[in-house]
Design a protein around this ligand. Sequence first.
Ligand code: CUA
Length: 368
Amino acid sequence: MLLRPEIRRFARAWAPVALLSLLVLVGCAKDYPQTTLAPKGDFAHIVDGVFWTTFKWAIAVFILVQSALVYAIVRFRARPGAPEPEQHHGNTALEIVWTIIPAAILAFIAVPTVKAIFRTAKEPGAEAVQIEVIGHQWWWEFRYPDLKIVTAGDLHVPMGQTVNLRMTTADVLHSFWIPQFAGKRDVFPRRYNNIWFKAETTGVFTGQCAEFCGTEHARMAFRVVSETPDEFKKWADQQTIGSPMVNGGQVSDSALAASLKAATGDTSANVDSVLARGKAAFMAGGCIGCHAMVGTPMAGMTALVGPNLSHIGSRHTIAAGTLPLNEENLTRWLHDPDEVKPGVLMKLPRALTDDEVKVLVAYLQLHK
Ligand code: CUA
């Protein structure tokens, strides 16, 4: 026997309390980017309001029921020598009461819930920024039809302005989820759903596919980049250079080089060299078979299997939120995408040489 009986009794009595305290402490930990309990937009506040209303009612019910239970346990406990308790079979008044009370509580909760459903299901007006969201195995594509932008991975939104997301999928069912801004919406092929929100703060927030959609479902994430209207406009202007929606994606080599020099602050001839060698490697390596890219003959394509890579250097992550975008991760990804995301649909036609990868990494990072 390792422990004395009194210690074991003590441990048994206090274990549930310790476990509960641990759970509470874990719940208080700071860094949960996908929490729904820290809303950062109007839509999320509506949902959060329904949650807290329901939670308060649940707490009240819990306290009442548990108090009655504890009272009954103590007051009517078996005592030595006590007679057999009086036996009852049914009590009509009591049964009516305990049917009416939960029904009334449900009716109370239904009012804010149904109100919230109607408020969140409404489509915002034409003044909202229109964004098309397309789910793919396993990444998210974003198009801004009015701003003429096609991008992936980063959903840029202007703070303080309502955005309306019109959503569908190019393949299987996915579920679009941005915990701190709005709820979840499933997306279906050849059908359109919508969700909207107005970001009330700037920052980079995470989103995630919330419906099992195949091998890499868990790594089908994205970032919401909420920025000031000025920053948003600056980003949007840069993104339209070589966009498939502007002049069929066509932009002259010199104009592209000039825009990238302005965006990176590097005005040396190195930029021209990276662009020329990178473009050659992009075509020779077979990247062009699946990805649209500004400055290449496929710049105007919107229906290719992989994400549009124009301006990829300005994104926060690669591989749908799996890795931060940097030299090391791009290198790892280009050498063996399947090692980063097993089952990924990006199949290299042939292994890229170290030299090609180096050239491509510099080329991709240059495209701010
Ligand atoms: Cu897409 Cu899960």
